[in-house]
Write a protein that binds this ligand. Structure first.
Ligand SMILES: [Zn+2]
Length: 74
């Protein structure tokens, strides 16, 4: 991917990598994840569970999304 592609993608207002990963989850998994955040499970624990299930994300991506510091349409 080139810088041009990346800027074009950012301008489209697409969700951030974390949200894209969440969107790709089966609905039941999305619900389980949403519930985990609601229950206040730690980010570390949630990240570990996601990775154990083979979903690719990172502390940085989760943090950016949770603090509203990501490229998701606001
Ligand atoms: Zn986001």
């Amino acid at each position: 991917m080139s810088l041009k592609d990346r800027f074009a993608e950012a301008a489209k207002g697409e969700p951030c990598p974390y949200q894209l990963m969440v969107n790709s989850l089966p609905v039941a998994e999305q619900e389980a994840l949403a519930k985990a955040w609601e229950q206040g499970l730690s980010q570390r624990l949630i990240l570990r569970a996601l990775r154990a299930e083979g979903y690719k994300t990172s502390n940085e991506a989760i943090m950016a999304h949770r603090t509203g510091n990501c490229r998701c349409p606001k």
